[in-house]
Every structure is written in structure tokens, then in C-alpha cells.
Design a protein around this ligand. Sequence first.
Ligand SMILES: N[C@@H](CCC(=O)N[C@@H](CS)C(=O)NCC(=O)O)C(=O)O
Length: 204
Amino acid sequence: MVTLHGSAFSTYTWSARLALEEKGVEYTLVPPRLRAPEYAALHPFRKMPALEHDGVRVFEAMAVMRYVDEAFAGPALQPADAAGRARMTQWMSAYNDFVAPHAVRGVLIPRLVLASRGVVVDEGAVRAAAANAREALAVFEAALGESPWLAGDTVSLADLLLAPTIVTGALLAGEDRYTDGLPQIGAWLARLEARPAYARARPG
Ligand SMILES: N[C@@H](CCC(=O)N[C@@H](CS)C(=O)NCC(=O)O)C(=O)O
């Protein structure tokens, strides 16, 4: 029995769901009670996603996704060789450090979450974050000009980590759209969207 604590709006939760769907794992998605005292036992930093499976608890998207790939049967989502695996981890780490802080925390959360709660958004900060996200994504764009997937010839956890941020960014307008002018990323996303797991994991 697998329980994933996370919300539909969360890009990191969506990435974990993509991994679960690619593996064909049945799971229950539970809205997280981030502020509840007991949630600290699932995720001491009170974020999502967090996963529970037969007494195992894992937090942090990257760890959750690796666990899903390694604990269950189904197609491997990590390269078997050391170089390929390092390449996958490199792109996951680069996503966490250079894309997510700008794209997710700097643009998506202010525009799609905070604004709907009536919080006044700092326009200059969002513009700067979108520009930073665009600059970081140009590096991913160049990599995807060299190989169909971030870690090489096969889809991996790195692709599943990045995808929700690209799909959600494309919903934005004007200067917020950090996804414009990235044709290799567009073609890569079309490849990912054609996979059956993608449709099953897509929120709403
Ligand atoms: N380092 C964490 C980041 C997770 C994260 O930032 N999750 C966001 C949603 S995408 C969250 O929990 N936001 C709720 C909050 O901060 O209150 C991971 O990789 O899982």
C-alpha cells in the first residue's frame, strides 16, 4: 500500500506521481496536512511530497522518486551505468538548485498560488525570477539538443522532475512565460506527453 502526501498544484508531487505511474504502482494521493503536528513525522520540513509504503517513510521528491524506481518492478527509470546515472543526478540537482527556486518559488507560487489568496505580488521580483528561470532552462535546452532525454536515450527520473515545471509554466502569459523560445524542450515535452503514464499523472 503506497500513500503519497501531496496536492494537485504541487510540481514536486506531480513529478513523484509521474514516477509512480511510469512504474505502474497503485497509490493513494492524500492532501497533506502540512501544519498538523503529526505531519512532521512524514516530512520534518513540512513540504510535499512525502511517501509511505509498508512502514517506509520517505520525504524529498528526489528520494521519493528513487525509492519508487528501486522498490517496485516495472521499467527502470534510472540508467544502469555509472555515467548515465551521474548524468541523471546532475540534471536533477541542477533542476533543484537552478530552475525550481526561480520558476517554482519565484514565478509559479506567486502567480498561481499567492495571487489567488489575495497576496500582492512583487512584479519586479517575478520578472527577475522568470528571466533567471529562462537562463537556467537554456542549459537544459542545449542538453536536449544532444539527446532525446536528459540522461540519454531513455526517459529517466530527471525528465519526470523537470516536466511539471515546464507544463505549468506554459500556462502563464507575457514575460512570466519562462518556457518560450525553447524548441528542444518543446519537442522533449511532446515525447513525454505521448507516454501513457503522463496522462494518468496529469492533475485535474
Ligand atoms: N526540497 C523539496 C521541496 C518540496 C517543495 O518545495 N514542495 C512545495 C510544493 S511544490 C511545498 O511543499 N509547498 C508548501 C509550503 O511550502 O507550504 C523536495 O524536493 O521535495
